[in-house]
Design a protein around this ligand. Sequence first.
Ligand SMILES: C[S@@+](CC[C@H](N)C(=O)[O-])C[C@H]1O[C@@H](n2cnc3c(N)ncnc32)[C@H](O)[C@@H]1O
Length: 263
Amino acid sequence: MASKPIHSIPTKDLYARWAKVYDSDGNILQSIDDHFLPSLLTQGFSLVTSSPITITELGAGTGRNTVKLLQPREGVKIETLNALDLSPEMLSLAKSRCSAPSTSTSAPSPKVDFYEFDALQPSLFPEVQALEGKAGLVLSTLVLEHLPLKTFFETAKRLLKPNGVLVMTNMHADMGRLSRAGFTDIDTESGNVKVKVQGDSFVYEIEEVLEVGREEGFEMLGEMLQRGVGEGDVGVTVGERGVKWVGVSVWFGCVMRLGGKEE
Ligand SMILES: C[S@@+](CC[C@H](N)C(=O)[O-])C[C@H]1O[C@@H](n2cnc3c(N)ncnc32)[C@H](O)[C@@H]1O
């Protein structure tokens, strides 16, 4: 499916370069994620037992979802949003996005704090270690493919309170076997040719995600949502780039709860 040369680079370098077009390059997974996230969040919030809520976003990126959490939602009081990400370039966009004043309401907005963080080297980030055990809900969209499964769930577990809720989405294995997170860039060194730039990526079947989640103390609540691209989606749910994915499962997402003693 890939016709361009592929440049594999460290994930941090990928996002340093991808940041400039991440929000505008027609990535189909973001569109599908946008479509399903509201229902996953509604389910997730219904399971959080304490209020006000602290939310920690693992891999917040350009703040695509962080900014949505700043909007008031009935029956949910979010006190603090912690946006964590490996990439300072992505986080910088998230910061500007979240600092734009909301005109829709006079309701108080949650406090938003941004942290550079590498889930593969958590001990290097003492400010994030100080957030451990504080989140009622951890949100992580389209990040899992960059991390070993155990690391992903261990990180979420450390950040959550007992019985905390994890809302997660990821690239489906059927798509991951054909492609991985990345974007088309111009390689100036080799004569301005188009190249696909990609980082470190893992392909995960849903069953293994659930299994490792269980080993780390997470139980899925409700159903695993899965989505492929249909012909009718192109130009509607996803952009024109979606045409090459027609007939392929591309996305999954679910809500999980961390077991443990009651708060
Ligand atoms: C595909 S983007 C998703 C961003 C955002 N959650 C969204 O849905 O638009 C993946 C994000 O994961 C971050 N990431 C990758 N590896 C990471 C790591 N080891 N620790 C923390 N964040 C990581 C990247 O910097 C990037 O912003």
